[in-house]
Design a protein around this ligand. Structure first.
Ligand code: SF4
Length: 353
């Protein structure tokens, strides 16, 4: 619930006239990780009993956890209908088994159980689509990852960034995402900074335009993968429905409205989208946009194939050559999202397994 919904709901439960400070107390307790109403010690006891009888604080059960020595942790959630999703906590560079935990944490959230886009290089895509997640199933992920941060740091540290890059296509579940981010950014609760949120899309044109008009305010990343139209249709069947020309036009409108730079992400698949022609096409797409390109050498997922051959991670030389070709075209290039490979928690590896 948003703050307003919480206030209205409390009024409807018949708890007489609920003073705003009481609503703030409950909202704040939940944001600080309270798992039961009994913990809300500044509320009258009768209230706490009443609330516990009527409501639950979290609806998703954490049913598994894996920790990578690089500081990444992955949580598996079993939802009320038995669907399984995952969320990932990424720690700053300095974290390791024999070091102090880092001070910077990023939460990677899922928006759907499975994914309808069906990218051939992504484990989630191979699962098919089950359903959209509800708002509480998004905020539950953030709350549980915040518990992990508190556990590691004794309460002295918070999640500083959110990336909506887990399972599913966020722009196909925009209403639930918008509400979840509104809750997380409410200063009476988490007070999360909008500037530290990134939404990644496979390129849903209508969703990009809606984002430009109605928000939520966030950084935008486009999983482009390739700027060769025919190849993109085959690699990302659900996203390929939007032509590259239409997609670029939507991105330009988004940039005109928001003034924001965007990130173009390219998962590099050995021998598939890493040739000189691929680099030229990618550079041509990036030109005219205020954009940097982020190269992600494919994070291995056993069993995935394309064109009858197993997909393979490109060797460093292939990635380096591709990067140089882009830079020669004047494109700004970065390389991220490699962490968590040891626990299948990196980009493209989430499976709810
Ligand atoms: S890469 Fe993203 S959009 Fe593509 S199948 Fe995986 S989760 Fe869906």
């Amino acid at each position: 619930m948003t703050f307003l919904e919480l206030a209205e709901t409390l009024e409807q439960t018949g708890a007489e006239s609920v003073p705003p400070y009481r609503v703030e107390q409950i909202f704040s307790w939940i944001s600080r990780g309270a798992l039961s109403f009994d913990r809300m010690t500044d509320l009258p006891q009768a209230w706490r009993r009443e609330l516990a009888g009527r409501f639950s604080i979290r609806g998703s059960r954490v049913s598994g956890r894996l920790d990578d020595p690089d500081g990444t942790s992955k949580l598996r959630f079993t939802l009320t209908d038995g669907a399984v999703i995952e969320a990932v906590l990424l720690a700053s560079e300095k974290t390791g088994p024999d070091r102090e935990p880092g001070r910077s944490y990023t939460a990677c959230l899922s928006t759907q159980a499975g994914c309808p886009v069906g990218c051939v290089f992504c484990k989630t895509g191979s699962l098919g689509f089950l359903r959209n997640l509800d708002t509480f199933e998004l905020t539950d992920q953030f709350l549980a990852l915040s518990d992990l941060v508190r556990e590691r740091n004794g309460g002295s540290c918070r999640i500083s960034h959110i990336v909506v890059m887990g399972m599913g296509e966020p722009l196909l579940n925009l209403a639930a995402l918008r509400k979840a981010l509104a809750i997380l950014c409410d200063p009476r609760g988490f007070g999360f900074s909008k500037r530290r949120i990134t939404i990644s899309t496979s390129g849903i044109r209508a969703g990009i335009l809606e984002l430009a008009e109605q928000g939520p305010e966030a950084e935008l990343a486009l999983s482009l993968t390739t700027a060769r139209e025919d190849l993109r249709r085959r690699l990302m069947p659900g996203a390929g429905e939007n032509s590259l020309e239409d997609l670029k036009e939507a991105l330009k409108i988004y940039q005109e409205k928001t003034g924001r730079r965007i990130t173009l992400e390219a998962v590099l698949l050995g021998g598939i989208n890493t040739g000189a022609g691929d680099a030229r096409a990618l550079a041509a797409f990036a030109k005219g946009l205020k954009a940097a390109v982020n190269l992600i050498p494919w994070n291995p997922v056993p069993g995935l194939s394309f064109g009858g051959e197993k997909i393979r991670e490109p060797p460093a030389a292939e990635t380096g050559r591709f990067r140089r070709l882009l830079e020669q075209e004047g494109i700004q290039v970065t390389g991220r999202y490699r962490r968590g490979r040891g626990i299948s928690g990196a980009c493209g590896q989430l499976a709810g397994s």
